[in-house]
Write a protein that binds this ligand. Structure first.
Ligand SMILES: Nc1ncnc2c1ncn2[C@@H]1O[C@H](COP(=O)(O)OP(=O)(O)OP(=O)(O)O)[C@@H](O)[C@H]1O
Length: 276
């Protein structure tokens, strides 16, 4: 179980990217974080594994206080968090197999890692995982010979091969076309469900979040402004996340405020927008 409490990040320039965000992710669930550009989504994920140092707050993974760790303990904790990146972060001149095995580097001695000497079990597991992501037969292809979708499959395999306790996924489909994006999301959520790994995923496309997530979190200006199941992410909630629409006098969020339409729409307050 990942438990984040009151996480804050102020960058050195004074930008308050996170203003006290709390979130629990556990079990087999997929939690999608959505929000406009600059809302703090990437900062949130990178503060959890401390690629970015948070300013304040608490991050616990299965009871381990991540923010207190350093050196070897931090490296051990990081390998419990499988990272999948927008730009895949593969080593271009290495093969698919070498890239996947680099997910196991934390487990082999520095000397053996230097010699790229992996145990037979590690290699066997890498073959298995590559088969599961649909890359059997591509083990010896160089990363730079692959399509975008294949590259993200390698990224997924590299994260999964290390048997993480959680997958942290940052915009995995931003560089992919819609069809490939869906294939990657299918694969990611299938593998996570089969291996019982919870997933925390930043995603731009709201439709993909609704389709694939068990729970959606909306960030805006470094604050959590929505949390709920996909069916609760109605137009009012989306308006709150993407436009910061304030609640009206009755406490209901305002949908499609007149000054934000092109004048051809009649705005009603039950979430429905009728065209003139
Ligand atoms: N390294 C940095 N130094 C200073 N400010 C930063 C840094 N990284 C991010 N920021 C700022 O922090 C805020 C949140 O950025 P972040 O990248 O986390 O948002 P995001 O929701 O992931 O955006 P996007 O969807 O565009 O990737 C932004 O105002 C951004 O300019």
């Amino acid at each position: 179980m990942l438990s984040v409490t009151d996480l804050r990040k102020t960058y050195s320039g004074g930008e308050e990217a996170l203003r006290g965000v709390s979130l629990d992710v556990g079990g087999n669930e997929t939690v999608a974080v959505i929000g406009p550009s600059g809302a703090g989504k990437s900062t949130f994920i990178s503060c959890i594994n401390r690629l970015t140092e948070p300013t304040d707050g608490q991050v616990e993974l299965d009871g381990v206080d991540i923010l207190r760790l350093s050196g070897k303990d931090l490296r051990n904790a990081r390998r419990d968090m499988g990272m999948i990146f927008q730009e895949f972060n593969l080593v271009e001149r290495l093969t698919v197999m070498e890239n996947v095995l680099s997910g196991r580097l934390g487990y082999v001695s520095t000397w053996n890692a230097f010699r790229r000497k992996f145990s037979g079990d590690d290699v066997e597991r890498a073959y298995e995982v590559l088969d599961r992501v649909g890359l059997a037969g591509h083990e010896n292809d160089r990363a730079d010979e692959l399509s975008g979708g294949q590259r993200q499959r390698v990224g997924i395999a590299r994260a999964v091969v290390q048997r993480p306790k959680i997958l942290l996924v940052d915009e995995p489909t931003s560089s992919l076309d819609p069809e490939t994006s869906r294939a990657v999301m299918d694969l990611l959520t299938t593998i996570a469900a089969e291996d019982e790994i919870p997933v925390l995923i930043n995603i731009h496309e709201v439709n993909l979040a609704i389709e694939y997530a068990d729970r959606i979190v909306g960030l805006r200006d470094g604050e959590k402004v929505f949390e709920g199941p996909p069916e609760e992410l109605d137009e009012a909630a989306q308006s709150q996340i993407y436009r910061g629409a304030p609640p009206d006098e009755e406490g209901d969020p305002v949908v499609g405020r007149p000054d934000e339409t092109d004048g051809t729409e009649e705005v009603v307050r039950d979430g429905e927008i009728k065209r003139g």
